[in-house]
Design a protein around this ligand. Sequence first.
Ligand code: ZN
Ligand code: ZN
Length: 174
Amino acid sequence: MESLSVARYFCQNVEFTTTNRGSVEGNHGRPDFPTNKLCRNTLIVNGIMPLIHDYYCTNETCGFAGPSGWGYYMYAEADDGERISCPHPGEQAKAREVIGEDATEEELDNRTGFNYYCVCVDCVEQFDRDPQRDQLRCPNCESTAIELLVELVGQPCPECGDGDFVAEDTGAIA
Ligand SMILES: [Zn+2]
Ligand SMILES: [Zn+2]
């Protein structure tokens, strides 16, 4: 099986790559795009977006798995700061419902984002974070060795080290 130690990232029209796990070194094709940030546009990692995938370890006795889906989801921030999931399709309507039907484009932009499924490589805790806004630090052990679930695809399983962590196409398109 081909190793995917170099992840491939795409936005809507630019492809860029990373040379090591967990850090995005592309500049999005634009010198002003900050490194180590993810594109807010449609981001595809290893080409696995917009199909729904199951994420799991190939070692059957391990059982390590992540949430099914794209590896991330859009959220809208409620008045109290809580992040409300906005599932596809209909995410824009849901965002307006959360933020306010009369919200301006700017308000919508400021109060929406993408939470990624994250995995702590040290203790295998799973949690959701927006890499553009949040510090990637494990809420369980404080480690900063955090991977996005989609970045683990093709890598050895962080739980058992024996199996490979894979993304399997469920055949569903969202
Ligand atoms: Zn941890
Ligand atoms: Zn495993």
